[in-house]
Design a protein around this ligand. Sequence first.
Ligand code: MSP
Length: 627
Amino acid sequence: MGEKVWYITTPIYYPSDNLHVGHAYTTVAADALARFHRLKDESVLFVTGTDEHGQKIQKKADQAGQSPLEFVSGIVEFIRDPLWKRLGISYDDFIRTTEERHHDVVQEIFRRLLEKGDIYKGVYEGWYCLPDETYWTESKLVEGKCPDCGRPVERVRQESYFFRLSRYQERLRQYIIDHPDFIQPTSRRNEMLSFIDSGLEDLSVSRTGISWGIPVPGDPEHVIYVWFDALVNYLTAAGYLRDPAQFSAVWPANVHLVGKEIVRFHTVIWPVILMALELPLPERVFGHGWLLIGQAKMGKSLGNAVNPIELLDRYGVDPVRHYLLREVPFGADGSYTEEALILRTNVDLANDLGNLLSRTTAMINRFAQGGVPARVVEADDGILSREAAKVSGEVDEAMQNLSISDAIGAIFRLVGRANKYIEEQKPWDLSKNQQTIQLSNVLYGLWETLRVVSVLLTPFLIDTPARIREQLGLDTPVLHYREAEFGFDGKDIRVDRGEPLFPRLEKPQAIVPDQVSQEESLIGIEDFQKLQLRVGTIRACEVVEGADRLLKLTIFDGQRDRTIVSGIRAHYDAAALIGQQVVLVANLKPVTLRGIVSEGMLLAGSSDDALSLVAPITPLPEGARVK
Ligand code: MSP
């Protein structure tokens, strides 16, 4: 038997409208997982697609004066290109439920279940939620409305085929108990167990009076229920009944990634279909949270949907992916705001990562004439190599657990550690004091860390890993996760000082010119020259007892240590500041704050909740004038 293919799916989306950032969220997450497993040399099948049948689509097409197929085809094309293409979605297969390969599999499954008696014909009388395409019994309604979306339901009475969910209730319950990883996160598993315990009734799986769907075999008055049709896509794409060799390599799926509102379809109806077909169940169904606007789910129906193409136009693919994958712990709900996207980009990508790269390439140019120094093992302190090894292990583990945001968090911890290492090692002093072995090791360590970071970021970001590598002097793509460890020989490689990786972004409203009268606020150069701004290095830092906003800093300004009290405690950990360079106003009259004489002021940028100290991009001698 060949190797098991790692099979991951997204929900197949309704092409009833253009997709929004909420849909992009699931798809980008699945893409990162697929790319991660490919980087680990696994064969991967990553499938996404569109769920094209059903009454809702038919209505939309009627309104647009088009046939349903014409109507959806335009949207489907847009989803594939430009939407998924520009987001870098590396799907292996895109399945449309209107394809013949799917039509045949759905009908054959229906036929088999009819034959087994798991599907039978009866009369359905109850309620139907059209926007959700979901059947409900009277007892499950909440105040007469759909319990999922709160919208009105319609009364339906018709001949129908039923799927015997009730027959499988106990088996399903036991399966979920015996397989604790089947439904994730655990909170969703508990919800599903109580749903099952409240009783499973047989499910209506056909409708009459509509034509846009797959007909019941032998009874074409009836069209197969859209959710039955949709769930089967996972089997169709795996080659079920069509390509036995592919199917046995691919099935069962490793992960079905879905939004939390459709976990029930995937962990009740879907496993019972598979049990009835005597097929193994997927390894995991992971129900992630929602992107919210304020308190509400982002969605078309609430009119608060954000268009991903606009975000891509404005920010580019990597800031958008980084934000979606990093901002919210995968599984939880999280608020979407454009301000948070900008802040994420500035803090992680422009500042932490961008600065590390520009400082490293600048120092290799300045202190090693642009050549990557060799590592001299005896003098190595191993700080960065150990941290890199630890982080690549953590990223691996987090990705196996689908903790995508934690994985990225670990990578940026490594970036932060390397930035701190520069301050600790002070390569400029090592150069001045001609400590050449230690200098080589430090520069090599920083270069290696960035190379490892380029490997670790490969599943998440599209252009950035190659852009980092280009500046590091590497023209080879990342091929394997194994490369995420120290030991690369940088001999004969010359670094390049390229463009900053990410320009710092302005807040959208900050781009608008100030309201203040321009005349009034202009100053002459002579005013500016009154300010003495100088570079200093923080030597010590402690909290000011009894003042929850203040830190007391000792800063070397090139001539002496001076004390500065600054209101930045909410934004910085005292210990983490030691060794950092800052810019201070050196000719400010001293003031006494909480009994401490403060001799100057630190420059910091701020907006709303964010604050960041101003520092030179590459280290400068203390006392250097800022002008
Ligand atoms: N067609 C069904 C799925 C069938 S799968 C066999 C469907 N389609 S959908 O177009 O409504 O897409 C739903 C999926 O989009 C959700 O499960 C979720 O993955 C994603 N999201 C839609 N809005 C979202 C948010 N606001 N936040 C996060 N994900 C969201 O349901």
